[in-house]
Design a protein around this ligand. Sequence first.
Ligand code: BGC
Length: 709
Amino acid sequence: MTVITEANKTKARDLTAKLTLDEKIAIVHAAGLFRNGCAERLGIPSLKMDDGPMGVRAELHNDNWAPLYNTRDYVTYLPSGSAVASTWNPDLARATGEVLGEEARGRGKDVILGPSINIKRSPLCGRNFEYMSEDPVLTATQGVAYIQGVQESDVAACAKHYAVNSQETDRLDVDETVSERALREIYLPAFEAAVHDGGVLSVMGAYNLVNGTKCCEHKQLLDDILRDEYGFDGFVVSDWSAVRDTKASAEVGMDVEMSVTPNFDDYYFANPLKKAVENGEVKESDVDVKVERVIAVMDALHMLGDARATRKPGRYATIDHAAKALEIARESIVLLKNDENLLPLDERGMTRLLVIGANADRIHSNGGGSAVIKALHEISPLLGLNGELGGNVDIEYVLGYDAKQVNQDESWQEESLENSKGSDAKDELHARELREEAVAKAREYAAAGDSVLFIGGLDHEHDLEGRDRTDMHLPYGQDELIEALLEAAPNTILAFVAGSPIEMPWADKAKAIVWNWYAGCESGAALAEVLFGRVNPSGHLPETFPIALADEPAHRIGTFGLEGHVDYAEDIYVGYRYFDTRQVPVLFPFGHGLSYTDFAFRDLDVRQVDDEIRVTFTVENIGDCAGKAVAQVYLGLEGTGEDRPAKELKGFAKVELDAGEFREVTVAMPAAKALRYWSNESGAYALAPEASVFVGESVEDIRLSGRVA
Ligand code: BGC
């Protein structure tokens, strides 16, 4: 793990003392869309930054958003944050980071702008696909492993967007009113872990306001919490154009200003900051501290002087990176429903297969906003299926519904300060023709006893930076098509590719439902492997799938998606903390995921040894094929005298077992973390005196319970 040492800091101080004011100013603001200025005289280079969480973004011009259009910036397209979280496997989160770090270094980057660790507060947030989970512990665990992986390659990870950036509507100006308790328990812990446990070298200040103050001017968030409490000593970079006031940002721990326009000298931290220092409005020592932080990170990354010879080399677009992406994708797929063991499909004796749906035949790396990837390759589900089955099985494909193709405009980011508009309505007649064709085919296949597979969902017209969805319905008339398909061919298998949950009004009628996030370059191959049983699914939901949007606490209790101001009135009751505590029924609960085998849990033993709570139990594979269980440990904090969620995730373990195999598993957690809560009464952290313990395969599927003794 790369961390900033005292030696890095001393070097940074010595170098800063030698810089002129102009050189310092250059270092704290952009000199390109993805780099800051340098001080060549003293061998201080620019920091080259790039998006983003799913791979290194294509090379753009220094001062405009057009790509260079060369062939040397194709990269490995990695699974999205949601997919990484859905594996519940920190080794795979680390692998994602390792690949990304190596690729970033290979592409000559110093800072990769990820992971995105904001909490999913509402299913409608346009960037949910980048984010990991509604739960802070799952986000923190996967985020920390990812950061450590990235930083193995002498590249800085950047934890973004600090903080409470859980909606896209009016993203530059929206003021999020959130209680101290929700900040401390829900929205900040992943950042705390990124600093403490991950050693993250940079953090991105978000666009939005928190409780009336812009994140990039927020003394409490940037100085009191991030630096003083968490001990962060890397640098904070602004989100692109999140700085709006020279003095207000200069006086807090906001270090490097980036933005979206090429007038770099006019940036708040450029000439205006120089002037403010010269006329005494801003102290030069405030600028010095910022410069020191940047240089200390550079030194930690071996970017300065002779140390450059020891900087690790990187590689990108390699076959082994694609193989890693496949491993991660395989474990991210969630089997939501599998009545009558309809899955896996059996290819023996299969001669033909009908595939319906636009997402079968499309790729997703080419959209989404700043997370867009110029992927070396991306296997669509249709390619994955053909690749696995080609030859003996005749795969017939019909579209079924018409989805708008996403062609992200080159200059979208320059105009990204405006909220974008929705897509056009589809031609009803055309839609009906497509639907009728698909339903007729499905009926014919079902009558002949042949399999029908629907692959639909969302795309980056809906999972998109800069815009939230307005509802949770499937677009393009898919609900109507699915209803008709289930009528005509009741065994139709439903697979979805999407970045956020959808309402499923037909869920009761469907026998098999498979969920695939935007899962990187091998996504379609992994899906085919799961559908045909070559891989036993082991992904579990990192967020609740509600029955209807109206059930969501952010919508029912708080406000979401408004311009100007949103109120996080649901407080800490986000996701399952709300549904489980208030016993509101859901479609699929947090942590849910089926397997082609079954697991039994027994012999719970909970003990507190010194400062550690150890939860020990045995997991047994009682089915007839190998599989991976996700054992989830929840605590219900008691005796606090304050309202608390019924259960909160505190730890988990992914356990691989052959058929008939069993193993004792211990999930250990520091008591100071597991029992910690923010007390409204004292306005400080406190430890719960007692707690119930629950072990299960989802927040609703609890198999064992006990108490912290
Ligand atoms: C996004 C960031 C991204 C930056 C640079 C902004 O629009 O919010 O996540 O890193 O652009 O592309």
